[in-house]
Design a protein around this ligand. Structure first.
Ligand code: G3I
Length: 406
Protein backbone atom coordinates (compact mmCIF):
# COMPACT_ATOMS: atom_id res chain seq x y z
CA UNK A 1 0.00 0.00 0.00
CA UNK A 2 1.29 3.45 -0.84
CA UNK A 3 0.92 5.84 2.03
CA UNK A 4 0.03 9.50 1.98
CA UNK A 5 2.29 11.55 4.22
CA UNK A 6 -0.14 14.41 4.26
CA UNK A 7 0.72 17.77 5.68
CA UNK A 8 -2.03 19.85 7.25
CA UNK A 9 -5.04 17.62 6.60
CA UNK A 10 -6.25 14.61 8.53
CA UNK A 11 -6.73 11.64 6.26
CA UNK A 12 -7.12 8.37 8.06
CA UNK A 13 -6.10 8.98 11.60
CA UNK A 14 -8.38 7.34 14.14
CA UNK A 15 -8.93 10.78 15.66
CA UNK A 16 -8.56 13.65 13.21
CA UNK A 17 -6.16 16.36 14.16
CA UNK A 18 -2.49 16.69 14.55
CA UNK A 19 -0.72 13.39 15.05
CA UNK A 20 1.28 13.31 18.21
CA UNK A 21 4.79 12.02 18.06
CA UNK A 22 3.66 9.16 20.28
CA UNK A 23 1.12 8.13 17.61
CA UNK A 24 3.74 8.63 14.95
CA UNK A 25 6.26 6.50 16.78
CA UNK A 26 3.70 3.76 17.39
CA UNK A 27 3.05 3.60 13.67
CA UNK A 28 6.71 3.83 12.81
CA UNK A 29 7.33 0.80 15.00
CA UNK A 30 5.11 -1.05 12.54
CA UNK A 31 6.64 0.46 9.41
CA UNK A 32 10.11 1.31 10.65
CA UNK A 33 12.05 -0.91 8.29
CA UNK A 34 10.37 0.31 5.15
CA UNK A 35 10.43 3.94 6.26
CA UNK A 36 14.12 3.63 6.89
CA UNK A 37 14.62 2.02 3.52
CA UNK A 38 13.32 4.99 1.62
CA UNK A 39 10.15 6.58 2.93
CA UNK A 40 7.69 4.25 1.25
CA UNK A 41 5.40 2.58 3.71
CA UNK A 42 4.01 -0.85 3.20
CA UNK A 43 2.53 -3.46 5.53
CA UNK A 44 0.31 -2.54 8.54
CA UNK A 45 -3.02 -0.85 7.99
CA UNK A 46 -3.96 2.66 6.92
CA UNK A 47 -0.54 4.25 6.91
CA UNK A 48 -1.33 7.89 6.47
CA UNK A 49 -0.69 10.74 8.79
CA UNK A 50 -1.69 14.31 9.28
CA UNK A 51 0.54 17.07 10.50
CA UNK A 52 -0.43 20.52 11.57
CA UNK A 53 2.58 22.68 10.88
CA UNK A 54 4.47 24.04 13.88
CA UNK A 55 3.01 27.47 14.52
CA UNK A 56 5.43 30.19 13.49
CA UNK A 57 5.86 32.72 16.31
CA UNK A 58 5.83 36.46 15.63
CA UNK A 59 9.44 36.68 16.81
CA UNK A 60 10.64 33.77 14.63
CA UNK A 61 13.38 35.87 13.04
CA UNK A 62 14.78 37.19 16.32
CA UNK A 63 18.17 35.58 17.11
CA UNK A 64 17.83 32.55 19.36
CA UNK A 65 20.13 34.00 22.03
CA UNK A 66 17.90 37.04 22.34
CA UNK A 67 14.62 35.15 22.61
CA UNK A 68 16.23 32.90 25.21
CA UNK A 69 17.81 35.70 27.21
CA UNK A 70 14.42 37.46 27.45
CA UNK A 71 13.62 34.57 29.83
CA UNK A 72 17.10 34.60 31.41
CA UNK A 73 18.02 31.45 29.51
CA UNK A 74 21.44 31.20 27.90
CA UNK A 75 21.42 29.80 24.36
CA UNK A 76 24.46 28.71 22.39
CA UNK A 77 26.07 25.92 20.41
CA UNK A 78 29.13 23.75 20.03
CA UNK A 79 31.41 24.46 17.11
CA UNK A 80 34.93 23.86 15.83
CA UNK A 81 37.82 26.13 14.87
CA UNK A 82 38.05 24.87 11.29
CA UNK A 83 34.37 25.58 10.67
CA UNK A 84 34.48 29.17 11.92
CA UNK A 85 37.74 29.78 10.03
CA UNK A 86 36.59 28.33 6.73
CA UNK A 87 32.98 29.52 6.57
CA UNK A 88 32.51 33.24 7.23
CA UNK A 89 28.74 33.10 6.64
CA UNK A 90 28.44 30.37 9.26
CA UNK A 91 30.60 32.43 11.63
CA UNK A 92 28.18 35.37 11.19
CA UNK A 93 25.22 33.12 12.00
CA UNK A 94 27.03 31.73 15.01
CA UNK A 95 27.60 35.22 16.40
CA UNK A 96 24.01 36.18 15.60
CA UNK A 97 22.39 33.26 17.40
CA UNK A 98 24.81 32.13 20.12
CA UNK A 99 25.45 33.57 23.58
CA UNK A 100 27.79 30.70 24.48
CA UNK A 101 30.38 28.74 22.48
CA UNK A 102 31.51 25.21 23.35
CA UNK A 103 34.52 23.68 21.56
CA UNK A 104 33.23 20.44 20.03
CA UNK A 105 36.63 18.71 20.12
CA UNK A 106 39.39 21.27 20.76
CA UNK A 107 39.50 20.93 24.55
CA UNK A 108 39.39 17.16 24.72
CA UNK A 109 42.38 15.47 26.31
CA UNK A 110 43.73 14.01 23.05
CA UNK A 111 44.03 17.52 21.59
CA UNK A 112 45.05 19.43 24.70
CA UNK A 113 47.65 17.02 26.10
CA UNK A 114 48.65 14.54 23.39
CA UNK A 115 51.92 13.71 25.18
CA UNK A 116 52.42 13.67 28.96
CA UNK A 117 52.66 17.20 30.32
CA UNK A 118 52.95 18.67 26.82
CA UNK A 119 49.99 20.98 26.32
CA UNK A 120 48.50 22.34 23.12
CA UNK A 121 46.03 25.11 23.85
CA UNK A 122 46.23 26.75 20.42
CA UNK A 123 42.87 25.45 19.02
CA UNK A 124 41.05 26.17 22.29
CA UNK A 125 42.65 29.61 22.52
CA UNK A 126 41.53 30.45 19.00
CA UNK A 127 37.94 29.62 19.95
CA UNK A 128 38.17 31.45 23.30
CA UNK A 129 39.46 34.54 21.46
CA UNK A 130 36.69 34.28 18.86
CA UNK A 131 34.11 34.08 21.64
CA UNK A 132 35.58 37.02 23.57
CA UNK A 133 35.88 39.17 20.44
CA UNK A 134 32.18 38.63 19.75
CA UNK A 135 30.79 39.00 23.28
CA UNK A 136 30.08 35.26 23.53
CA UNK A 137 30.63 33.19 26.67
CA UNK A 138 33.11 30.32 26.46
CA UNK A 139 32.43 26.93 28.05
CA UNK A 140 34.95 24.09 28.35
CA UNK A 141 34.24 20.51 27.26
CA UNK A 142 35.55 18.21 28.73
CA UNK A 143 38.24 17.50 31.33
CA UNK A 144 37.70 13.83 32.23
CA UNK A 145 36.22 11.37 29.75
CA UNK A 146 36.92 7.80 28.68
CA UNK A 147 36.90 8.85 24.99
CA UNK A 148 39.29 10.94 22.93
CA UNK A 149 42.16 10.38 25.34
CA UNK A 150 45.70 9.52 24.24
CA UNK A 151 46.85 5.95 24.72
CA UNK A 152 49.14 6.78 27.64
CA UNK A 153 46.44 8.54 29.69
CA UNK A 154 45.13 6.45 32.57
CA UNK A 155 47.93 3.95 32.14
CA UNK A 156 50.98 3.89 34.39
CA UNK A 157 52.70 1.52 36.75
CA UNK A 158 51.02 2.95 39.86
CA UNK A 159 47.71 4.48 40.87
CA UNK A 160 49.61 7.48 42.23
CA UNK A 161 51.09 8.13 38.78
CA UNK A 162 47.65 7.91 37.17
CA UNK A 163 46.27 10.28 39.78
CA UNK A 164 49.06 12.72 38.94
CA UNK A 165 48.14 12.49 35.24
CA UNK A 166 44.54 13.30 36.06
CA UNK A 167 45.15 16.19 38.43
CA UNK A 168 47.93 17.68 36.30
CA UNK A 169 45.72 17.62 33.20
CA UNK A 170 42.83 19.30 35.02
CA UNK A 171 44.99 21.85 36.84
CA UNK A 172 46.93 22.96 33.78
CA UNK A 173 43.85 23.18 31.57
CA UNK A 174 41.55 24.97 34.01
CA UNK A 175 44.37 27.33 35.04
CA UNK A 176 45.01 28.21 31.40
CA UNK A 177 41.36 29.21 30.85
CA UNK A 178 40.64 30.65 34.33
CA UNK A 179 38.62 33.82 33.91
CA UNK A 180 37.87 32.93 30.28
CA UNK A 181 35.87 29.69 30.57
CA UNK A 182 32.86 30.52 32.76
CA UNK A 183 31.97 26.83 33.03
CA UNK A 184 33.46 23.36 32.51
CA UNK A 185 32.20 19.87 31.86
CA UNK A 186 34.50 18.38 34.48
CA UNK A 187 33.47 14.73 34.24
CA UNK A 188 31.69 13.39 31.17
CA UNK A 189 29.66 10.18 30.87
CA UNK A 190 30.78 8.42 34.07
CA UNK A 191 27.56 6.39 34.33
CA UNK A 192 27.07 3.13 32.45
CA UNK A 193 24.69 0.61 34.06
CA UNK A 194 25.66 -1.94 31.40
CA UNK A 195 29.04 -2.31 33.11
CA UNK A 196 27.22 -4.13 35.92
CA UNK A 197 28.41 -2.23 38.98
CA UNK A 198 25.86 -1.61 41.75
CA UNK A 199 26.68 2.12 41.70
CA UNK A 200 26.20 2.13 37.89
CA UNK A 201 29.60 3.76 37.38
CA UNK A 202 31.32 3.18 34.06
CA UNK A 203 34.46 1.05 34.17
CA UNK A 204 37.02 3.48 32.79
CA UNK A 205 40.77 3.70 33.16
CA UNK A 206 40.16 6.34 35.83
CA UNK A 207 37.72 4.23 37.83
CA UNK A 208 39.87 1.13 37.52
CA UNK A 209 42.95 2.91 38.87
CA UNK A 210 41.48 5.36 41.37
CA UNK A 211 38.04 4.02 42.29
CA UNK A 212 34.91 6.20 42.43
CA UNK A 213 36.86 8.92 44.28
CA UNK A 214 38.33 10.09 40.95
CA UNK A 215 35.12 12.03 40.31
CA UNK A 216 35.28 14.05 43.54
CA UNK A 217 39.01 14.59 42.96
CA UNK A 218 38.38 15.94 39.46
CA UNK A 219 35.85 18.52 40.68
CA UNK A 220 38.01 19.64 43.62
CA UNK A 221 41.05 20.01 41.37
CA UNK A 222 39.10 22.12 38.89
CA UNK A 223 37.60 24.30 41.66
CA UNK A 224 41.04 24.98 43.13
CA UNK A 225 42.22 26.45 39.84
CA UNK A 226 39.10 28.48 39.10
CA UNK A 227 36.77 28.92 42.07
CA UNK A 228 34.40 31.03 39.96
CA UNK A 229 33.76 28.48 37.21
CA UNK A 230 30.45 26.62 37.09
CA UNK A 231 31.46 22.96 37.29
CA UNK A 232 29.22 20.47 35.53
CA UNK A 233 28.72 16.71 35.54
CA UNK A 234 27.62 15.87 31.97
CA UNK A 235 25.88 12.72 30.71
CA UNK A 236 23.59 11.24 28.04
CA UNK A 237 20.66 8.83 27.90
CA UNK A 238 18.61 10.63 30.58
CA UNK A 239 15.75 11.87 28.43
CA UNK A 240 13.65 8.80 27.59
CA UNK A 241 12.12 5.85 29.39
CA UNK A 242 13.50 3.28 27.00
CA UNK A 243 16.36 0.84 27.45
CA UNK A 244 18.34 1.41 30.62
CA UNK A 245 17.23 5.04 31.06
CA UNK A 246 15.76 4.39 34.53
CA UNK A 247 19.06 2.92 35.69
CA UNK A 248 20.97 5.78 34.06
CA UNK A 249 18.84 8.36 35.89
CA UNK A 250 19.19 6.44 39.16
CA UNK A 251 22.96 6.25 38.69
CA UNK A 252 23.24 9.98 38.00
CA UNK A 253 21.06 10.87 41.00
CA UNK A 254 23.06 8.56 43.27
CA UNK A 255 26.32 10.05 42.02
CA UNK A 256 25.18 13.66 42.41
CA UNK A 257 23.62 12.99 45.83
CA UNK A 258 26.88 11.47 47.04
CA UNK A 259 28.96 14.32 45.63
CA UNK A 260 26.76 16.97 47.25
CA UNK A 261 26.84 15.11 50.59
CA UNK A 262 30.66 15.12 50.44
CA UNK A 263 30.82 18.84 49.71
CA UNK A 264 32.20 18.29 46.20
CA UNK A 265 32.13 21.54 44.20
CA UNK A 266 29.66 20.37 41.54
CA UNK A 267 27.21 23.06 40.45
CA UNK A 268 25.14 21.70 37.59
CA UNK A 269 24.05 18.59 35.75
CA UNK A 270 24.57 18.65 32.00
CA UNK A 271 21.91 16.72 30.11
CA UNK A 272 23.29 16.07 26.64
CA UNK A 273 19.90 15.56 24.95
CA UNK A 274 20.94 13.82 21.75
CA UNK A 275 17.29 13.19 20.86
CA UNK A 276 15.70 10.88 18.31
CA UNK A 277 12.90 12.02 16.00
CA UNK A 278 11.34 8.60 16.44
CA UNK A 279 11.39 8.36 20.24
CA UNK A 280 8.82 9.64 22.70
CA UNK A 281 9.66 10.95 26.10
CA UNK A 282 7.39 10.99 29.13
CA UNK A 283 7.04 14.62 30.18
CA UNK A 284 5.96 14.00 33.76
CA UNK A 285 8.67 11.47 34.49
CA UNK A 286 11.31 13.70 32.91
CA UNK A 287 10.03 16.66 34.93
CA UNK A 288 10.23 14.60 38.16
CA UNK A 289 13.83 13.64 37.39
CA UNK A 290 14.74 17.28 36.78
CA UNK A 291 13.10 18.30 40.03
CA UNK A 292 15.06 15.69 41.97
CA UNK A 293 18.26 17.11 40.49
CA UNK A 294 17.18 20.68 41.25
CA UNK A 295 16.32 19.71 44.82
CA UNK A 296 19.98 18.82 45.32
CA UNK A 297 20.71 22.51 44.80
CA UNK A 298 22.03 22.00 41.27
CA UNK A 299 21.39 23.94 38.09
CA UNK A 300 20.66 21.99 34.92
CA UNK A 301 22.21 22.73 31.53
CA UNK A 302 20.99 21.18 28.29
CA UNK A 303 24.44 20.72 26.82
CA UNK A 304 24.39 18.89 23.46
CA UNK A 305 20.89 19.18 22.05
CA UNK A 306 20.13 17.83 18.58
CA UNK A 307 17.37 15.71 17.03
CA UNK A 308 18.39 12.82 14.82
CA UNK A 309 16.22 12.31 11.73
CA UNK A 310 18.02 9.11 10.82
CA UNK A 311 14.87 6.97 10.89
CA UNK A 312 12.33 9.58 9.79
CA UNK A 313 10.63 9.56 6.37
CA UNK A 314 12.54 10.88 3.39
CA UNK A 315 10.19 13.85 2.77
CA UNK A 316 12.12 16.88 3.99
CA UNK A 317 9.01 18.88 4.94
CA UNK A 318 7.72 16.09 7.15
CA UNK A 319 11.14 15.42 8.61
CA UNK A 320 11.60 19.06 9.53
CA UNK A 321 8.13 19.23 11.13
CA UNK A 322 8.83 16.21 13.29
CA UNK A 323 12.29 17.43 14.28
CA UNK A 324 10.82 20.85 15.14
CA UNK A 325 8.09 19.18 17.17
CA UNK A 326 10.68 17.26 19.19
CA UNK A 327 12.63 20.46 19.86
CA UNK A 328 9.47 22.23 20.99
CA UNK A 329 8.08 19.43 23.14
CA UNK A 330 11.42 18.66 24.78
CA UNK A 331 12.24 22.29 25.53
CA UNK A 332 8.71 23.05 26.75
CA UNK A 333 9.09 20.18 29.22
CA UNK A 334 12.57 20.89 30.51
CA UNK A 335 12.07 24.66 30.69
CA UNK A 336 9.20 24.13 33.10
CA UNK A 337 11.92 23.34 35.62
CA UNK A 338 13.31 26.68 36.83
CA UNK A 339 16.76 25.14 37.46
CA UNK A 340 17.20 24.68 33.69
CA UNK A 341 18.83 27.91 32.55
CA UNK A 342 21.06 26.95 29.62
CA UNK A 343 20.32 25.38 26.22
CA UNK A 344 23.23 24.45 23.96
CA UNK A 345 22.84 22.67 20.62
CA UNK A 346 25.59 20.33 19.40
CA UNK A 347 26.31 22.34 16.29
CA UNK A 348 24.24 25.01 14.59
CA UNK A 349 24.00 23.93 10.94
CA UNK A 350 23.21 20.54 9.39
CA UNK A 351 26.29 21.06 7.24
CA UNK A 352 28.61 20.40 10.16
CA UNK A 353 26.78 18.02 12.47
CA UNK A 354 28.58 15.00 13.97
CA UNK A 355 25.49 12.98 12.97
CA UNK A 356 26.57 13.12 9.30
CA UNK A 357 29.39 10.77 10.34
CA UNK A 358 27.91 8.93 13.33
CA UNK A 359 24.20 8.52 12.41
CA UNK A 360 23.74 8.78 8.65
CA UNK A 361 20.42 7.99 7.01
CA UNK A 362 20.06 4.60 5.34
CA UNK A 363 18.78 6.38 2.20
CA UNK A 364 22.01 8.45 2.12
CA UNK A 365 20.10 11.74 2.20
CA UNK A 366 21.95 14.33 4.31
CA UNK A 367 20.69 14.49 7.90
CA UNK A 368 18.75 17.53 9.18
CA UNK A 369 19.06 17.59 13.00
CA UNK A 370 19.97 21.25 13.73
CA UNK A 371 18.40 24.75 13.65
CA UNK A 372 20.00 25.86 10.34
CA UNK A 373 20.06 23.79 7.15
CA UNK A 374 23.13 23.05 5.04
CA UNK A 375 22.73 26.40 3.26
CA UNK A 376 22.49 28.14 6.63
CA UNK A 377 18.80 28.85 6.15
CA UNK A 378 16.65 28.79 9.32
CA UNK A 379 14.52 25.64 9.64
CA UNK A 380 11.21 24.93 11.32
CA UNK A 381 13.26 23.75 14.29
CA UNK A 382 13.94 27.40 15.12
CA UNK A 383 10.20 28.11 15.33
CA UNK A 384 9.78 25.11 17.64
CA UNK A 385 12.61 26.30 19.88
CA UNK A 386 11.33 29.88 19.96
CA UNK A 387 7.80 28.69 20.78
CA UNK A 388 9.26 26.84 23.77
CA UNK A 389 11.36 29.83 24.90
CA UNK A 390 8.36 32.16 24.50
CA UNK A 391 6.11 29.97 26.63
CA UNK A 392 8.62 29.35 29.40
CA UNK A 393 8.42 31.22 32.69
CA UNK A 394 11.02 33.87 33.45
CA UNK A 395 13.96 32.93 35.64
CA UNK A 396 16.28 34.78 37.99
CA UNK A 397 18.83 36.70 35.90
CA UNK A 398 21.94 34.72 34.99
CA UNK A 399 24.91 36.23 36.82
CA UNK A 400 27.38 35.35 34.09
CA UNK A 401 25.69 36.58 30.91
CA UNK A 402 27.62 39.46 29.33
CA UNK A 403 25.61 42.55 28.42
CA UNK A 404 26.01 41.93 24.70
CA UNK A 405 23.91 38.75 24.88
CA UNK A 406 21.12 40.19 27.02
O1 G3I B 1 41.46 14.65 14.63
C1 G3I B 1 41.24 13.68 13.59
C2 G3I B 1 41.90 14.12 12.34
O2 G3I B 1 43.27 14.15 12.53
C3 G3I B 1 41.53 13.14 11.22
O3 G3I B 1 42.03 13.61 10.02
C4 G3I B 1 40.00 13.03 11.10
C5 G3I B 1 39.59 11.99 10.07
O4 G3I B 1 38.21 11.70 10.21
O5 G3I B 1 39.51 12.62 12.33
C6 G3I B 1 39.77 13.56 13.36
O6 G3I B 1 39.19 13.12 14.54
C7 G3I B 1 37.80 13.22 14.63
C8 G3I B 1 37.46 14.09 15.83
O7 G3I B 1 36.08 14.10 16.03
C9 G3I B 1 37.93 15.53 15.66
O8 G3I B 1 37.29 16.12 14.58
C10 G3I B 1 37.22 11.86 14.78
O9 G3I B 1 37.38 11.14 13.58
C11 G3I B 1 35.79 11.92 15.14
O10 G3I B 1 35.36 10.63 15.46
C12 G3I B 1 35.58 12.85 16.33
O11 G3I B 1 34.20 12.82 16.61
C13 G3I B 1 33.75 13.56 17.73
C14 G3I B 1 33.23 12.63 18.80
O12 G3I B 1 32.69 13.37 19.87
C15 G3I B 1 34.31 11.72 19.33
O13 G3I B 1 33.81 10.84 20.24
C16 G3I B 1 32.62 14.46 17.24
O14 G3I B 1 33.14 15.44 16.35
C17 G3I B 1 31.96 15.16 18.44
O15 G3I B 1 30.81 15.83 18.01
C18 G3I B 1 31.57 14.14 19.47
O16 G3I B 1 31.06 14.83 20.59
C19 G3I B 1 30.57 14.03 21.68
C20 G3I B 1 30.78 14.81 22.93
O17 G3I B 1 32.12 15.16 23.06
C21 G3I B 1 30.31 14.02 24.17
N1 G3I B 1 28.93 13.60 24.02
C22 G3I B 1 28.65 12.88 22.79
C23 G3I B 1 29.05 13.72 21.57
C24 G3I B 1 28.66 13.05 20.30
O18 G3I B 1 29.36 11.83 20.16
Amino acid sequence: MSPAWTKGAAVSLPQPGRITRRQFVARLGCFGATVAAGGLLTGCAAPSFAFSPISIPANASVPLKQVASDKAILFGAATQQWILQSDSEYAKDFVKHCGVLVPENELKWATVEPQPNSFNFAPGDWLADFAAANGILFRGHCLVWHNQIPSWAGRATSAAAIQDQLTNHISQTVRHYAGRAYSWDVVNEAINPDDGRPDYLRKTVWLNALGPAYIDLAFRTAAEEDPNAILVYNDYGLEYETGNAAARRAGVLKLLTGLKASGTPVHALGIQAHLQGTDSFNSSSLASFLKEVADLGLKIFITELDVSDQRLPADIGIRDEIVADVYQQFLETVLQEPAVNTVITWGLSDKYTWLNQFSPRPDHQPVRPLPLDRSLQPKTAIAGMINAFNSSAGRPPLPYVPASTQ
